[in-house]
Design a protein around this ligand. Structure first.
Ligand SMILES: [Zn+2]
Length: 137
């Protein structure tokens, strides 16, 4: 029997179930809000066209057209594929005030958004590779 529950658009699973489905790195990022080491993720220098989906639940999060080379060490995007697919929350951990970015469906931690990106949004969604899965076109 599965203890996965779907409440409206949300997916809720027990931590045990997440642990079974995700790699240790994906689990650390998505469920424990870890940050992968900069310049270590598989998508930082990814230039293929495609859709980046959530590694936890498969929801579409970002499109390759919004990806840019920020030099910060993590995949960076100017905007999500759909505003409703990401949630943003104030994060005051580590002595900084940042805006955390979460998958709106599984509540998985993706990364942070900063206001120093290029136009037209001026935003930089700094996302862990481990939270993403590229579906090449
Ligand atoms: Zn998700």
């Amino acid at each position: 029997m599965s203890d996965t529950r779907t409440t409206g658009d949300k997916i809720e699973k027990s931590e045990v179930e997440w642990r079974k489905e995700l790699t240790p790195m994906q689990y650390a990022v998505l469920r424990e809000k870890a940050t992968e080491r900069p310049f270590s993720g598989e998508y930082e220098h990814e230039h293929r066209q495609g859709i980046y989906t959530c590694a936890g639940c498969g929801q579409t999060l970002f499109e390759s057209d919004a990806k840019f080379d920020s030099g910060c060490g993590w995949p960076s995007f100017t905007q999500p594929a759909a505003e409703s697919h990401v949630d943003e929350e104030r994060d005051v951990s580590h002595g900084m005030v940042r805006t955390e970015v979460l998958c709106s469906k599984c509540n998985g931690h993706l990364g942070h958004v900063f206001e120093d990106g290029p136009g037209p949004t001026g935003l930089r969604y700094c996302i862990n590779s481990a939270a993403l899965k590229l579906q090449p076109k």
